[in-house]
Each structure stands twice: as C-alpha cells, then as structure tokens.
Write a protein that binds this ligand. Sequence first.
Ligand code: ATP
Ligand code: MG
Length: 433
Amino acid sequence: MEKLTAVKGMNDILPPDSARWEWLEEQVRALMARYGYRNLRTPIVEPTALFVRGLGEVTDIVEKEMYCFEDRLNGEQLTLRPENTAGVVRAVIEHNLLYEGGKRLYYMGPMFRHERPQRGRYRQFHQIGAEALGYGGAEVDAELILLAADLWKVLGLKNVRLELNSLGQPDERNAHRAALIAYFEQHGDQLDEDAKRRLHSNPLRILDTKNPAMQALVTGAPQLLDFLGEASLAHFNTVQALLSANGVAFTINPRLVRGMDYYNLTVFEFITEELGAQGTICGGGRYDYLIEQMGGKPAPAVGWALGVERVLELLKQGGAALPDLAPDAYAVLPDTAALTRAVPLLQALRAHGLRVLMHAGGGSMKSQFKKADGSGARFALVFGESELAAGQVAVKPLRGDRDAAATQLSWPLDDAAGLARRLREETPLQSAA
Ligand code: ATP
Ligand code: MG
C-alpha cells in the first residue's frame, strides 16, 4: 500500500525532541504566572471573517497564507487560525472578559499559514503569545517586553536583540502615508509587483518587503517617527525609559512595521542572527483599535507572539541544559511469573515519584540488561526467581563503578518507601537494608 505521510510543511514532534517542547512550555507557564498572565485556549478553527476583519485584507496572511475551507454541512466559511490575537479578541468580546477591567492572558498552540516551507518556516507551526487587554499605559508595553526578555534569560538564550519602533496613531500614520505614497510614486520604476499593488491600498506594508532589490528604496523612505505628535512620543519614551531602567538593551528601527494592520504606537521584534533568514523569534505591539474594530467596546491592548520552532532551534544551538528524562530504575523481568509480585513494587515506587520503566516483550536476561542500559536508567531492578523466593528484589547500579559487584544488594519487596529513598540517593548502595 502507498505510504501515508504528513502534509508538507507540517511536522511530527517526536521524542526525544518533544521533551524540549515540554520543558519550554513548563518554563513559559511558570513565567506567565510570575507576571500574572492567565491561560486562554481558543478554537483552532474560526470564521474566515474574523481574520479578514482582524488582520486587514491587504496583508500577506489574508491575501495568500490562510487555510480556508467551507463547512460541508452548512456552507460556513472557516479558516485554520494563522495567528491567535484575533481569536483572543473575539473570545474577550464574546465573554465580556473586560467588564471589570483589564485582562492579562497567554496562549500556546499550533497556527497555520500556507507558506513555502523552509528552515524556521512551516505550514503548521506553533506560537506562544501574551496579550494584555484593557490597558493603555506604556508601562504595560514595557512589562510585556520585560516578560519576553525574562523568558530568553530563563531559557539561557543569548544573542537575541530587541528592535523597537512606534507606529503612532491613525492620524499620524495618515500624514506619513501621504508622504510615503508621494515618495514611492516618485520612484515608481523601482517598485516590484507587490509594492505597486499596495502603493495605494497599504503603502506602509511596502516597508515590510523582503525583496532585497527594494531595500535601498525602502531605507530612503519618509519615516513615521518624524510624524509622531507629543503624546505618541511620550508613550514611546516611557517604554524606552522602562526598558533601560531594567537593563534591557534595544535599538530603534524606524522601518519596523510588522505584518498585521492592527498595530499602533509601540511595535517590537526580538531577532537573532543565528537562524539565518528566519531570525525573528518574537514580535508584537500595541493594538488599541482592534477590539472596537471587532465589535467590542473600545479598549486598548498590547501583546506579542513568539515562534516556538525558532526558539527551540536556538535552544538546540546552546541554551539551558535540559532536565534528564532517563528513568531512575529499569525493571528486569526474567519470567512472566514474576509480574504479579514485581508490578505492585513498581507501582509503589512510581507513587513515591520515581521514574520506573518496566521491561516488556520478554527475552533473555542479557537482552533485558542491554535495554536497561540503553534506557539511561541508574539502576536495574532484577526480579529473579531466587530473589522473589526470598521476598526480595535485586538492585544493580548501571552507572558509575560497574566492577563493584559488592554494591549490588537485595531489597525487601514490601519496603517500597525504603527502596525509593535509596534509589534517590546519589550513592545509595553503601549499606544494605
Ligand atoms: P515572518 O516575517 O518571519 O514571516 P511574521 O511577521 O509573519 O514573521 P508573526 O505573524 O509576527 O510573524 O508571528 C510571530 C512569530 O511567529 C514570528 O516572529 C516567528 O517567530 C513565528 N512564525 C511566523 N510564521 C511562521 C512560520 N510559517 N513558521 C514558523 N514560525 C513562524
Ligand atoms: Mg510571515
């Protein structure tokens, strides 16, 4: 039969790699709790209109990256979520979560974009995001950036730099937009197809181009920062002051505009040079008008999302050491007759918090010991006939000094608590029970 494979650009996450995923998720949960962010889980499928309205029609995502389909039963237009901010906003409005003030939320999960798969760019990928809704102050922008910077610290990631910009408010953007259109019109011959198409619909997006041939043109374009009024500048300055006061370095990149239409004021990206072209590991900003645009009571908001695959790739290249998932003990079972007496001891050891791997599938003692060794376990528990007859299990160290046969010992089957304590100690076999 023809072999079935995963969809192109969508990956299985296998052990032992999955351990790194779990570890990252645990670090994130702990960190979010320290900042008072609570978990929100929204559906992976949403009405297509949610993203069209939320992200803006003239964006890469909505124009060409969404997985859209029609519900076969009722004809509803649905989309696999390409990002989660729109979903979070929908949920916040739908459940009236802002009725008593702001909410700090985070999410983790798969997103879907129909892009050309390459290193750091997949069709199903994963994001972790943090959103603070109902807060307009620059201190919350700073809090979110500090939270992300803290995460890099916890993960042991170095060589991540922060770029900041301010997109100002709609009126400031409009003035800039007019200047931008005039500028690009003057240089019409240098525009690529995408840029020509967007010149009048969304000229700011042209600044976000990835076309190397357009870089010089884009560098010379009028800068939004020069169009900011006093209030926008004050907001931006407060963010910068708070970052500096907390030792978070940044550079201002006037060309940083981000891929979605919904941003205003602060936008930022964390970038590394160690992942090649896909160097942005986290991006975000303020989106004070999105909630209203989606039909909610007007409320400001700010957030970011990080790409899990890219962060993990960076982690692989040198981050914090991962916890050891090897079992504490491996049960060697020469005879199935041993099972009824062996398994209860294994259960009791697990109840004491030990990691215990049971040999399955029979085989000789020799082959079982080979498996035990390969598992990385520190000890083998051998349920041999003579030990069982004596009401005991043999405990054999698998690591360290293997010649010290004297360190092997027998332990009473009914003393799981004592055995658990011994197995936990670094040199547990000095004295037998
Ligand atoms: P890029 O410019 O790389 O396409 P983006 O601006 O589209 O990124 P966002 O929508 O801001 O990305 O998503 C936040 C983060 O999610 C990105 O910084 C990146 O780390 C990650 N990300 C985005 N798209 C993908 C993808 N197709 N595969 C893997 N990670 C992705
Ligand atoms: Mg993109």
